[in-house]
Design a protein around this ligand. Structure first.
Ligand code: ATP
Ligand code: MG
Length: 170
């Protein structure tokens, strides 16, 4: 799938843990364009897995995203974004800065997610959490336009994620 992104976009990557969001972001965007919840948890709490730092981490992430959008800089939110409340903040932020909220959904097969999760050493939670994300994603995916995302790119399966091509458009 070709993913044309207007320069004035706030891009939400949406996908379970181990769906390949961070890998996708590293492949298709410049490092400063990508704001990841892991990086912000590490900044505010020294450790990317301190989940009780979530509120501070996301407040900080959205604050920085707002500063970037005010400068007209394309920004990517690398977080699971499988919860409607997380996506609501992204849509509101995009609207506040008059940029397009764009959803890129990494809809990877649940067995692939779990297999990847099992071999990761950097995620202290169980596979049940990953299955929970996949469940939340399935409930979410048909509502994204209604939530306010102006473009929705639904990558169905790991192969589609691998094959995606991101293109910048004016
Ligand atoms: P999290 O939400 O936990 O940060 P994530 O969606 O950012 O997860 P990644 O860190 O990008 O996921 O990838 C998770 C794991 O899956 C990594 O170990 C990565 O190497 C592996 N992985 C991702 N994509 C692929 C792929 N296409 N083929 C094989 N392994 C992959
Ligand atoms: Mg990641």
């Amino acid at each position: 799938m070709n993913i044309p992104l207007p320069e004035l976009s706030l891009v939400a990557l949406i996908g379970a843990s181990s769906s390949g969001k961070s890998r996708f972001a590293a492949r298709h965007f410049r490092a400063p364009e990508v704001l990841s919840s892991d990086a912000f948890r590490a900044l505010v709490a020294n450790d990317e897995n301190v989940l009780d730092a979530n509120e501070d981490a996301f407040d900080s992430l959205y604050f920085v995203a707002g500063k970037r959008l005010a400068r007209g800089l394309l920004t990517v939110v690398d977080a699971t974004n499988v919860q409607p409340s997380a996506r609501k903040r992204i849509v509101e932020l995009a609207r506040a800065h008059d940029v397009l909220p764009v959803a890129v959904v990494l809809d990877v097969e649940e067995d692939v997610l779990v297999a990847r999760h099992e071999v990761r050493g950097d995620r202290p939670f169980g596979a049940g959490v990953v299955r929970g994300h996949a469940h939340d994603l399935r409930r979410s995916v048909r509502n994204l336009e209604k939530e306010g995302f102006r473009h929705v790119f639904h990558l169905r399966g790991a192969a589609a994620v691998e094959a995606a091509v991101v293109e910048r458009v004016p």
